[in-house]
Write a protein that binds this ligand. Structure first.
Ligand code: FMN
Length: 247
């Protein structure tokens, strides 16, 4: 079960869409309201709200849906991390929350292209947060300027947005194929960043062990375990009331 909730907006046209929900599979108690966002936006939404209705389907940690969008200026969206939807124990520096905002921006850009807009995205327009997760809730994460452009091309991934979900099934023990490694190595990285790709058991097994110990640490630490327990929704009523949280 996965779930998504809603986006809050400041200014502009107020509440965007009742985009609450869980995903598609396997729960016979699933309230209709909770899966509505996967039907796509309702007819007649203004362009920015239409784009946002796709962006909110982005993967995000603990499915907190930590989005807050300011639509008070024309042709612009300012994105904030909702200070009420941070994970102060499992994500004290807001690292995961901000990765979620990155995925949101990607989907927003893909949806904007579909409507013929070019996006100009400025990350941390008022400066980068320096401290803990409380700080990321106080300053904009991104400013997105939208400009109509006849030369903008649509993205082939657009048609898959309503189908995307995180795979929570067990993974086969398999390594990346050389051709896929090649593709990943060709992805340009921002200046100063590097990436490594583990392609054999000797390289992978220490990482697997590191991840195993990290999970244990989180589960054995009462305050981090509690944060996750409190975000687990069980049963149709709870899902309908709070369509966010982890599976
Ligand atoms: C930064 C980040 C960290 C995540 N960490 C985990 C994790 O540790 N375990 C897990 O099962 N899912 C993890 N997820 C996936 C989220 O649970 C998932 O994106 C969310 O429930 C929404 O579901 P969806 O991706 O299927 O739309 C993570 C996602 C992000 C963006």
């Amino acid at each position: 079960m996965d779930r998504r909730s809603f986006i809050k907006t400041i200014g502009g046209s107020g509440l965007v869409i009742a985009a609450s929900g869980f995903s598609l599979s396997g729960c016979d108690q699933m309230p209709e309201s909770a899966i509505a966002p996967w039907n796509g936006p309702p007819l007649g939404l203004p362009d920015r709200e239409w784009m946002l209705s796709y962006a909110i389907l982005a993967p995000n940690p603990h499915n907190r849906q930590p989005w807050l969008a300011d639509l008070s200026k024309d042709d612009e969206i300012t994105l904030f991390a909702d200070p009420e939807r941070l994970l102060s124990h499992t994500d004290p520096f807001g690292r995961q929350i901000l990765i979620g905002h990155g995925t949101f921006l990607e989907l927003l850009d893909i949806a904007a292209r579909e409507k013929g807009y070019r996006t100009q995205i400025t990350l941390f327009p008022d400066g980068e947060p320096a401290g803990d997760s409380l700080e990321i809730g106080n300053m904009p994460v991104a400013r997105i300027q939208l400009e109509k452009d006849v030369n903008v091309s649509s993205d082939p991934l657009f048609k898959d947005i309503l189908k995307r979900r995180s795979n929570k099934e067990g993974y086969e023990k398999a390594y990346l194929k050389a051709a896929d490694v090649q593709i990943m190595q060709n992805i340009p990285l921002p200046a100063g960043q590097k990436a490594g790709i583990a392609t054999n058991e000797a390289d992978v097994s220490p990482l697997r062990e590191f991840a195993r110990r990290a999970v244990l640490k989180e589960i054995e630490t009462p305050r981090t375990l509690l944060e996750s327990i409190e975000l687990t929704r069980i049963g149709a009523d709870e899902i309908a009331k709070n369509p966010d949280g982890i599976d």
